[in-house]
Design a binder for this molecule. Structure first.
Ligand code: NDP
Ligand code: X2W
Length: 337
């Protein structure tokens, strides 16, 4: 049994970490931190957890937290983790950061996030299907939610050197924006609406570029446009992948099947994935269709942004880092309808 702490546990991904970890066979949730709700019961804030967790939120320093935990999750806004991680790391403590601070190199981070990086160490990108070496690390940078769906949708073709260019068109549920309400998330602006944003400049582009161009250095024509939709959870990505030669359905199917053959959380499906079939689960469903006239493969991926896009993937990383079964605590189907 290992003791686990969650920093930023009053937010959406923190709450989701608790919901999943209470069912994990080998973890004890030792500390949930919150500055705003310190002293209040966790289940008074995350009301769905009543009867599942008896802790109160604490507001304690990272150093004190380290002494009580084997694994620490950081579920805090970007720009925060870099000031906490150096105090947490030692040979006994494993840290999984859900924020953007360590996903991309520090120079790119500074350019995109407009924050000076105070801890420039190089950290493994925690997409375990692409980076199984997470199992040897004590600090892992959990990927962005859009990046997870996009990279998984294109990796097999990128790895095969078949891609000329890609357009990722993604739709996200509103929990992707965190627990604090904004003008965008205000109900009249959200309901019965689809809101494209950052048409050519979303920060997750850098993660997609970093990972896909690592597989094929000639692959530089990568494009990404996000949208928010009136859904609570989920990210559906339609990847328009233009190939450098004609490919057949059988060929693409076998490339994806082979690439993901050892990855229990990626399901290659016949047909078109949907958000409802992955809601609440750690699966990434992938389906595709070939447009023979245009050398285009339309690949669709569906994930739950709070699970495979955040908390579930963080636990998948923890499982690998701690030598547990990869699926422990996160092996269940989605909820449909
Ligand atoms: N939502 C999503 O779908 C995804 C989010 N992420 C990333 O995960 C991280 C958490 O996201 P999410 O849960 O949505 O965010 P939320 O805004 O819902 O929650 C963040 C929590 O962090 C705490 N916090 C804020 N500032 C600090 C600080 N300076 N020190 C300590 N705690 C702090 C707050 O709790 P309190 O004020 O009570 O202390 C807050 O509840 C972010 O970096 C986000 O970008 C990644 C993938 C997907
Ligand atoms: C719908 C929505 O607003 N989504 C967020 C992405 C959430 C996320 O994962 O962002 P991080 O890279 O900070 O972790 C956004 O576009 O900023």
């Amino acid at each position: 049994m290992i003791d686990v702490g969650i920093i930023g546990s009053s937010g959406y991904t923190g709450g989701e970490l608790i919901r999943l970890l209470v069912n994990h066979k080998y973890t004890n949730i030792e500390i949930c931190t919150s500055r705003k709700f310190a002293g209040q019961k966790v289940s008074d804030v995350h009301k769905h957890l009543k009867g599942f967790i008896n802790l109160e939120f604490e507001d304690i320093s990272p150093r004190d937290l380290k002494n009580r935990c084997d694994v620490i999750f950081l579920a805090v806004p970007h720009g925060t983790s870099m000031n906490i991680v150096p105090d947490l790391l030692d040979e006994y403590t494993k840290v999984i950061d859900l924020s953007a601070d360590y996903r991309i190199n520090s120079q790119t981070f500074e350019n995109l996030y407009g924050i000076e990086h105070s801890d420039k160490r190089k950290v493994v990108y925690g997409l375990p299907e692409i980076h199984p070496e997470v199992s040897e690390k004590n600090l892992v940078a959990n990927p962005g939610c859009y990046s997870t769906g996009a990279i998984l949708s294109a990796s097999p073709l990128a790895n095969s050197g078949l891609i000329d260019s890609i357009i990722f068109d993604s739709k996200s549920g509103i929990t992707g924006a965190g627990v604090n309400p904004t003008q965008t998330s205000h109900y009249p602006n959200m309901a019965e609406n689809v809101q494209p944003y950052k048409l050519t400049s979303h920060r997750h582009y850098a993660e997609m570029f970093q990972e896909l161009s690592m597989m094929d250095e000639s692959l530089i024509n990568i494009n990404f446009t996000p949208h928010v939709i009136p859904s609570i959870r989920g990210i559906l990505t339609t990847a328009h992948i233009f190939t450098n030669r004609q490919v057949s359905t059988e060929e693409v199917k076998s490339i994806y099947a082979e690439y993901y053959k050892d990855n229990p959380f990626v399901r290659i499906i016949d047909g078109i994935p949907s958000l409802s079939t992955v809601r609440g689960s750690n699966f990434c469903d992938i389906g595709f269709e070939i447009d023979v006239n245009n050398n285009r493969v339309v690949v669709v991926s569906a994930i739950d942004n709070l699970v495979k896009g955040a908390a579930g993937q963080a636990i998948q990383n923890m499982n690998l880092m701690c030598g547990f079964n990869e699926t422990e605590g996160i092996w269940f189907s989605g909820i449909t309808p």
